[in-house]
Design a protein around this ligand. Sequence first.
Ligand SMILES: C[S@@+](CC[C@H](N)C(=O)[O-])C[C@H]1O[C@@H](n2cnc3c(N)ncnc32)[C@H](O)[C@@H]1O
Length: 213
Amino acid sequence: MKHMNVNDYKKYISAETMMEPNSVRILEELFDKYPLQLTSDDLILDLGCGKGLTSLIIAKETGAKVYANDLWINADENKKRFAVWGIGRQVIPVCEDANNLHDANNLHFEEKKFSALISINSYHYFAGHEGFFKRKILPYLKDGSVVLIGVPGLKDEYEGRAEELLSDWLGDDAYIFKSPKTWEALSLLCDRSACVVEIKINDIYNKGSNYDI
Ligand SMILES: C[S@@+](CC[C@H](N)C(=O)[O-])C[C@H]1O[C@@H](n2cnc3c(N)ncnc32)[C@H](O)[C@@H]1O
């Protein structure tokens, strides 16, 4: 995998497609550190793909087929965007249906379908409970799969917090942001293989505004 050139994606970045923080920079950093060696026969699950900017980049950079899953954004809307971007054959929106396939907590795929799971700026919304990764995701990953997750969080857990203030200011959202230590304990550790490589908070907010790349 060659170094990703963020300028290749400038024309796709807009207030409509960028759902924050800067997913283009986060993917650049992850791919630099953990280059993927995949082919057009491999399938990648982009979990919580939003408006599909991450799916576009994953598809272009890896050459693999991408399943674009999201809860809030309608699959038909993403399908239209993927057609306009010329990736309609390579990126498949995971459609809503009677099985609620679009909810990360309720996925239904064949076992060991995907070679990689990538999730940018989304994991904190649905994965912050014990056993999520092992029960809801791992069954769909091939042995030796790669998992790349970029998630906004806290360097350290809140200390000396006043619960009333925290929940008044932030509501339930106060609790979705966690430290790397908590994520490590909570989610990725599993028994089929040793999955956790590294969890760290990146300094994306120091790299300029979301639309600067
Ligand atoms: C901030 S956006 C990130 C989108 C994209 N990955 C990016 O970085 O531009 C977070 C996304 O998480 C998705 N999400 C939240 N809860 C979800 C769930 N239970 N299952 C699937 N997606 C979920 C939302 O639909 C939303 O589009």
